[in-house]
Design a protein around this ligand. Structure first.
Ligand SMILES: [Zn+2]
Length: 257
């Protein structure tokens, strides 16, 4: 789980975070300061012009900004839009004294391409991957919708695992058979969180993120390449023969298929 991602927001444009590039996954997204555009919303402008008691702490601004990957071969450009409001943070002056300072806190709502909440294991089926990515797209602006997509990802996963789609989701999870029955408790927890976003009173960001973290655990169990190797080594009780084996180069022999 990309635990540090949500901690980067809201951000201060004077000290922007450095984000991992969602396209190449090893480059860093750098904030393009000159691309930042912001404006007060109509309510704030009206209030500012017509009320003596205007307080900047109640102002709301809309913003857009671009970020660019510093990996030259990638150079992905991420577009971000969102809202900004004034906040207070502590600043230390040259004498080491702490004092409060007003700053604009930028809250992203949408990003294109989206920032992943976790790196989806390579072998994950397309349908599950698509639901997760749809959730990633909404995770910063609508936690309920993101939780709903997570619930859909569970439905897609059960389809991929061959569980008949002829009953409620809770029953489908209970119908998981060995060896996937190990996932029952985890998927049930994801279902409860997804239900809260879909039909309940609503889900906050913390609980939505817990749901995605549990789903990541399930997908790593099913599709992560290293985990599959661990299972194979244990079943084989030792190194698993691969398709081609090579003798040590010093013995001068040809490779064995
Ligand atoms: Zn990149």
């Amino acid at each position: 789980m990309n635990n540090s991602l949500m901690k980067q927001f809201p951000f201060d444009a004077e000290q922007p975070p450095i984000l991992a590039c969602p396209s190449c996954e090893h480059g860093r997204l750098r904030f393009i300061k000159e691309s930042l555009v912001k404006s007060e919303d109509a309510r704030t402008r009206n209030w500012k012009e017509n009320w003596d008691e205007y307080d900047s702490r109640d102002a709301t601004l809309h913003f857009s900004v671009r970020w660019k990957c510093d990996e030259p071969k990638c150079a992905e450009v991420l577009h971000m839009i969102g809202e900004a409001c004034y906040g207070i943070h502590g600043v230390v002056d040259s004498d080491g004294q702490d004092y409060p300072e007003e700053y604009l806190a930028y809250h992203p709502h949408f990003m294109a391409p989206s920032l992943p909440l976790f790196s989806i294991p390579e072998g994950t089926p397309k349908t599950v991957r698509a639901s997760l990515k749809a959730g990633f797209n909404l995770a910063f602006c609508d936690t309920n919708a993101a939780a709903n997509h997570l619930r859909k990802a569970v439905e897609c996963l059960l389809n991929e695992l061959g569980v008949p789609n002829n009953t409620a989701l809770g029953n489908r999870i209970k119908n998981l058979t060995s060896p996937h029955d190990l996932l029952k408790h985890d998927l049930e927890a994801v279902k409860w969180l997804g239900n809260e976003g879909s039909h309940g009173t609503g889900i906050n960001q913390e609980h939505m993120l817990i749901g995605y973290a549990i789903m990541e655990k399930c997908l790593l169990h099913l599709y992560d390449g290293l985990h599959q190797k661990v299972k194979a080594i244990n079943q084989h009780k030792g190194p698993v023969p691969t398709a081609r084996h090579f003798r040590h180069p010093s013995d001068g022999s040809a490779p064995i298929s």
